[in-house]
Design a protein. Structure first.
Length: 533
């Protein structure tokens, strides 16, 4: 993370007038630029010429949070995210024999532009090996190789690094925005030493090669402590490693930037105002359930409340909250830990996951006895949480008395803003993949509907996507839905009743975000498991 990122955000939060205006992120930075007396620019990394970029060496550009992004016959255009370094500007002016025009930009735009300095990951590794004279595989700088893997994964916004052995080589893949990408192939002879290095970092047994091992370590990068979870399992061709990168950016989410509609925000805020009951976040692994819960808990994290969690694993540490790690070796399970938490005088409890009947029963009892309980559940949609809890032995009248809100979500890829373009689809073409009632509900009677795609550019690694957004549905346990649950109504009946009361399904939320240009229609269909014909 750029230091200036922290400074600028602090400046924004300290300006009450800006906060009250509810400006977009770009609009906020326009206002901050005015404080600096500079024009604001959205740097389009795909338009920066290499010779202009190289007016500043990478190290100087990164350390000064400054980049050269344009040049014509009159001026050299420089972008900054803080007070410009006048000595540096004078140096560029002398070097080019031209005056300098300084602009202000956001840390996010600058970070994308700085990526242009990098070689491809394969090229960077080839350079490591070629730069060292008389190198052999036995003397290869393994520490540098592992550090470079983590650094590149972090810069690419990867959530996971997969190191996968094959018979004659091993491959490295990054999971970026939920999709795995091949990024590197290395000689097989390096694998054992890479595995050993990871084991040493995470304090695992280096002499154990036939059993799975789990660990973690911390990696310092760009002024940030990066927490890395390690999983090593033996497979046919050797030991496979998966590194999960947990960055502070994932901890910065607030309720307002989780992709919720105004109606859903009001519903959730109303549930947060209650001092008892349950709020459930549902979805498959990797759908952002825990991130949503953390965002909700952050709102309630004040010194007059006792908030305690039990998690497996603890993904992020939150100051002011008591977090308990599940440990099956000491019989500290979700159920046992939850029982102990209730004797700790809590106001708010977060149970990492409701996995079994015992945990479900204790969580429901806690919600009945004056506690606000948060938890996650693996179901395909919000309505699916109801039969899931009933299957766990929760009585219908207890379920309807305790559960306030059920949130279901998925994460899908955002269209890259640097190469985004629009196109239209006829109603007839859209009907090949999408039910007519959804088309009518989300697009009215329009004969042609506008959507967006990314052409592919250096900023998004030619994928057309950069970053992720959430699609969400929020089910409120209203009086009508309570009656349906108690009378034994099925999921279809509950869904129909919820939609009549105004619930927007994840699929409809996705279609609307595709129409707004947040994502693509193909991505909505992929994430919601609707087949593209």
């Amino acid at each position: 993370m750029l230091n200036s990122d922290i400074d600028v955000k602090k400046r924004i939060l300290e300006n009450d007038a800006l906060v009250e205006k509810k400006l977009s992120e770009d609009e906020l930075f326009v206002e901050i630029a005015k404080d600096f007396g500079l024009p604001f620019t959205k740097i389009n990394a795909s338009n920066i010429e290499k010779q202009v970029l190289n007016l500043l060496p990478e190290k100087i550009a990164r350390s000064n949070k400054t980049i050269a992004f344009g040049r014509d016959e009159k001026v050299v255009k420089i972008a900054v995210v803080d007070q410009p370094n006048q000595d540096l500007l004078d140096m560029i002016s002398r070097k080019t024999n031209q005056p300098i025009k300084v602009y202000f930009t956001s840390p996010e735009y600058l970070k994308k532009a700085l990526l242009l300095y990098r070689l491809s990951l394969q090229g960077a590794f080839d350079k490591i090996l070629s730069d060292i004279s008389d190198i052999t595989l036995e003397t290869a700088p393994i520490r540098k190789i592992v550090d470079l893997l983590i650094d590149y994964a972090y810069q690419d916004g990867a959530s996971d690094i997969h190191i996968e052995p094959e018979e004659k080589k091993f491959k490295v893949r990054f999971r970026i925005d939920g999709i795995l990408h091949d990024v590197l192939t290395l000689p097989r002879d390096l694998l054992d030493r890479v595995v050993t290095r990871v084991k040493v970092l995470s304090r695992l047994r280096t002499d154990e090669h036939l059993s799975p091992q789990d660990g973690k370590f911390r990696f310092f990068i760009e002024d940030e402590n990066l927490d890395i979870r390690v999983s090593i399992v033996p497979i046919a061709d050797g030991e496979k490693i998966v590194l999960r990168l947990l960055t502070s950016k994932s901890r910065e989410y607030s309720l307002d930037n989780l992709g919720l509609s105004e109606t859903d925000l009001k519903t959730i805020r109303k549930a947060l105002d209650k001092s008892y009951g349950m709020i459930l976040s549902t979805g498959p692994t990797g759908s952002g359930k825990t991130t949503t819960i953390y965002a909700l808990i952050k709102i309630l994290n004040t010194r007059d409340r006792n908030i305690t969690t039990i998690e497996d694993p603890i993904e992020y540490r939150i100051e002011g909250i008591n977090q308990i790690q599940v440990n099956t070796k000491t019989n500290l399970t979700f159920a046992n830990g939850l029982g102990s938490i209730l004797r700790q005088d809590p106001n708010i409890i977060f149970v990492g996951e409701v996995r079994d009947s015992e945990t479900a029963a204790i969580a429901v009892n806690a919600a009945l006895t004056g506690h606000l309980v948060f938890s996650t559940l693996h179901t395909s949609d919000a309505v699916g949480a109801v039969p899931r809890l009933l299957d766990m032995g929760i009585e219908p009248f207890l379920l309807t008395s305790t559960v306030n809100v059920i949130i279901a979500q998925r994460l899908l890829r955002r269209v890259c803003v640097d190469c985004k373009y629009s196109y239209t689809v006829t109603r007839k073409e859209l009907a090949k993949n999408i039910p007519l009632d959804s088309i009518k509900r989300d697009f009215g009677s329009s004969s042609e509907i506008k959507f967006y795609k990314g052409k592919g550019c250096p900023t998004c690694h030619h994928t057309g996507y950069l970053g992720r957004a959430g699609i969400v549905e929020v089910l409120t346990i209203s009086k009508a839905i309570r009656k349906l649950i108690i009378s034994g109504g099925d999921s279809d009946q509950i869904l129909e009743a919820a939609q009549k009361e105004g619930m927007i399904t994840m699929f409809d939320d996705g279609l609307r975000k595709a129409h707004q240009g947040v994502t693509t229609i193909d991505e909505v269909l992929r994430v919601t498991k609707v087949e593209i014909l």
